[in-house]
Design a binder for this molecule. Structure first.
Ligand SMILES: *Cc1c(COP(=O)(O)O)cnc(C)c1O
Length: 494
């Protein structure tokens, strides 16, 4: 199967090339030339399979240069790093509502579902395309992608990785996770700005010919580990299919019944993967897109207007503090029946006016609904779910749970629903502890210890061990200096 650019359908290349490049030269994002199907019989055949087998099966439909066996080897390596046999366990909260825990990987956020696999895919893809230059992975992170990418790419042959994160925009735990990362090929810098500044800065570097030439002289070609890279999205499709199969296996639904997914969203990669699963034929009713106060996506879902000219809020769910959701471009491409000139028009509007609008019926027709909640509601939801069900939510998942509850009240849609849980509560211990005890503990490790006493949930080992680790990365830079910093890290002079 070939991959085409959302901004120029004439660009067509293999999956390996799209993974190695990360983003198309025209600034567009790679998408599969068509969607493979998954039939009810195939879904039934997955019931007997383990997670890594299900993932290899689904991914093989998209990465056709790879055999199932090849992919199974890679998914086996990737998911052996998880602390759950099931990899992405589904927990029943109440009749018809479930939580899919995607945070059992090495960095305790859902980014591990893809970023434990991407380095293996990158290495294999580099071989397939015969890459000679080193692959330089540039990452902008709102907190979780950075650590997961660092962990995944640390000491991976043929790669160098640089992560930029907003200095005041990530949790203490997230910052410490990144600042203590070991590995000969890893670099981390905080920027004086928010996530959108970091992401725009990275995109500018991708588009800057001078910088690219300089890097080439130094022996590097750029790629991305953000969800603009197709290699990030494709492993995410697998867990939606796996969750469905689990619901059938546990007799919560009958094969063929529809389900809803509710996804705490930021850059729109996670929920987009659910949409792709639906397009493959997975029986999906609604895709509920949940946001915090940075509710640009909620407004888009409800009105068709996407407008980033608004205040940026720092919330207790920092990984969703995003106004420019990159992957929306891939959804627009589908909503407009793959009209690349329309995408160019909309993306130009976004660049020049910071807004665009589309017919809202296109969004509804494709099953999307949006909702949002604020920091106060988030806290209350953590407390309520803990009191009522003894289940501890992190701040991001709590946003989704709140939006889902309000959705049910408003619509009386009782379709079985999977709320996607994107992080361990121990990544955001101060806010989670405050929600359930009413007391704020400033020290993240102290807060974590108290959470252990309050809840039945164990602290993940990788977080417990963080306190002993040495801080290795201390650079704080200005947004304007990002390109020069990249060149410096690659051994060049600026
Ligand atoms: C990245 C992230 C999100 C947002 O996911 P997108 O794919 O960017 O929409 C939500 N919650 C957590 C904990 C995350 O790390």
């Amino acid at each position: 199967m070939d991959y085409i650019s959302t901004r120029n359908k004439e660009v067509s290349q293999s999956a390996s090339e799209s993974i190695v490049k990360g983003i198309s030269v025209d600034g567009g994002l790679f998408v599969p030339s068509s969607f493979p199907n998954i039939t009810i019989d195939e879904l039934a055949s997955l019931e007997e399979k383990s997670y890594k087998e299900r993932a290899a099966y689904v991914i093989s439909k998209f990465l056709t240069e790879y055999t199932y066996e090849e992919l199974l080897e890679l998914t086996t390596k990737a998911y052996s790093k998880f602390d759950s046999e099931e990899t992405a366990p589904l927990v029943k909260i109440d009749e018809g509502s479930f939580v899919m825990e995607l945070w059992h990987g090495p960095t305790c956020a859902f980014k591990d579902m893809a970023l434990t696999l991407l380095p293996h895919l990158m290495t294999a893809s580099r071989l397939k395309v015969g890459a000679k230059d080193k692959t330089l992975i540039l990452v902008a992170t709102s907190g979780d992608t950075g650590k997961a990418a660092l962990e995944g790419f640390s000491d991976v042959e043929g790669t160098e990785i640089i992560v930029f994160y907003p200095n005041d925009g990530v949790s203490d735990m997230q910052k410490l996770q990144m600042a203590t990362q070991e590995g000969k090929n890893v670099h981390v810098a905080a920027i004086e700005g928010n996530f959108d500044d970091a992401q725009s800065g990275v995109k500018r570097i991708f588009a800057d010919k001078e910088v690219n030439d300089k890097l080439l002289e130094l022996g590097y070609k750029l790629s991305s580990a953000n969800s603009i890279n197709w290699g990030r999205l494709v492993p995410q499709i697998a867990y939606y299919i796996s969750a469905y199969v689990d619901l059938v296996s546990s007799e919560e639904i009958a094969m063929g019944d529809k389900v809803n997914f509710c996804v705490p969203s930021g850059n729109f990669g996670n929920i987009l993967a659910a949409y792709y699963a639906k397009r493959m034929g997975l029986p999906v009713n609604k895709l509920i897109c949940a946001s915090n106060e940075n509710n640009v996506l909620t407004d888009f879902m409800n009105t068709g207007v996407y407008d980033i000219n608004r205040e940026f809020y720092k919330t207790t769910s920092p990984s969703m503090d995003i106004l420019i959701s990159s992957n929306l471009e891939r959804l627009l491409f589908e909503l407009f029946d793959r009209d690349d000139s329309k995408i160019n028009e909309l993306m130009n509007k976004l660049k020049t006016e910071g807004k665009y609008s589309i017919d809202k019926s296109l969004i509804e027709k494709n099953g999307f609904v949006g909702g949002c909640c604020n920091v106060e509601d988030t806290k209350e939801t953590i407390a309520n779910v803990f009191d009522e069900y003894g289940y501890l939510l992190d701040t991001h998942t709590a946003v989704a749970m709140n939006v889902y509850s309000n959705y049910v009240v408003a619509t009386e849609d009782y379709t079985p629903t999977v709320v996607v849980s994107t992080a361990s509560p121990y990544k955001f211990p101060c806010d989670v502890l405050e929600a359930i005890t009413g007391k704020y503990e400033e020290d993240a490790f102290e807060a974590g210890k108290k959470l252990v006493l309050e809840s039945a949930l164990q602290m993940p080992e990788s977080i417990a061990k963080l306190k002993e680790k040495k801080v290795l990365h201390k650079d704080v830079i200005k947004v304007e200096d990002m390109a020069n910093t990249v060149i410096k890290y690659c051994g060049g002079k600026n």
